[in-house]
Design a protein around this ligand. Sequence first.
Ligand code: HEC
Ligand code: HEC
Ligand code: HEC
Ligand code: HEC
Length: 227
Amino acid sequence: MRLVRLAAVLAACTAPLAALAAGGHDALSCSGCHSIHAAKGELIFAVEANKSATTRANQPVSGSSALCLACHKDGGMATSISSHMSHPYGLDHVNAKVAKVPGELMRDGRFECLGCHDPHPSNPYHKYLRVDTAKGQKMEQFCAVCHPNKADDATASAKVALFTSMDETGNRVLGPADGAAPARKAVKAPAKASKLPAKKAKKAAKAAKAPAAAAEPAAAPAAQPAQ
Ligand code: HEC
Ligand code: HEC
Ligand code: HEC
Ligand code: HEC
């Protein structure tokens, strides 16, 4: 099974054997997803977007999710993901009553697979999730990123490091991290990304009616708005 997969990966891209490594996407190499001179579309993607995948509302999946689904489909080279059995994705708007998605996790106003996953091989976390879930054992911290009102106070107000590979100035963290950062370099907690945790802290403070915690959001206006 694994051999079949590897063969498929190798057939689909010209990744040299030396590039094969442990993680699912490491084995693809960069050129499994990006094509330098023969791209099939946006993000110089090497594979054609899946045009037959549908959302739960039976609309065609557009945006970057259709790129993921080029491989993650029935009969594709990777684990098939079906919208009908999944958490929503490929949405052109988010119902604010259901979820509060940090702006940095949206793409062109859309909620995609990328809201939850950063697919680059640099992502050290379980299933390329944005948050360290201790290999899937502490999922509530992840869910609380977008559903803070569903989580207990401690989880909702925790400062969580969101992984990103999309900033080549060296920072791999969205939002100020209290704990260990996933970046190789020491991470200067950027003021610009403090919006989300500050908001969460405010909410937690409100919920808990704990005036002490209000010192936190008071510092927030000094922060730059998120990009
Ligand atoms: C599994 C598919 C996949 C693999 C493998 C992959 N990428 Fe990406 N890459 C993406 C996606 C999807 C995005 C858009 C991410 C986003 O918007 O958060 C992206 C974005 C990028 C961007 C930014 C493009 C922009 O417009 O800002 C660069 C640069 C990049 N990738 C380089 C690489 C390099 C270098 C490698 C190998 C180390 C690599 N990618 C491996 C899927 C992949
Ligand atoms: C070029 C094909 C290709 C594309 C495009 C692609 N993947 Fe993958 N992905 C793979 C392969 C191959 C694996 C490893 C086999 C498997 O787990 O199915 C994998 C594995 C994964 C895993 C499981 C990793 C693990 O540790 O078990 C996740 C999560 C994932 N992909 C998410 C994504 C997301 C999100 C996108 C779009 C941004 C994407 N993939 C785009 C081929 C692809
Ligand atoms: C709401 C967040 C969220 C969204 C949106 C999302 N995923 Fe995931 N995905 C997860 C979580 C959480 C897991 C890990 C589940 C676990 O390990 O229990 C996961 C696991 C996976 C896996 C590994 C499955 C396996 O059996 O190992 C793949 C592949 C994957 N996602 C691809 C995708 C693709 C492709 C999309 C978009 C079409 C997507 N995901 C959208 C949260 C999300
Ligand atoms: C990055 C943001 C994000 C994360 C992380 C996230 N969600 Fe969501 N969630 C959303 C969005 C967006 C929606 C759809 C909102 C809408 O209907 O417009 C949603 C909807 C839902 C729904 C309603 C589904 C339905 O059928 O209507 C449930 C239940 C849910 N999420 C549970 C979870 C759980 C459990 C986790 C953690 C494993 C999680 N979410 C993680 C963004 C997220």
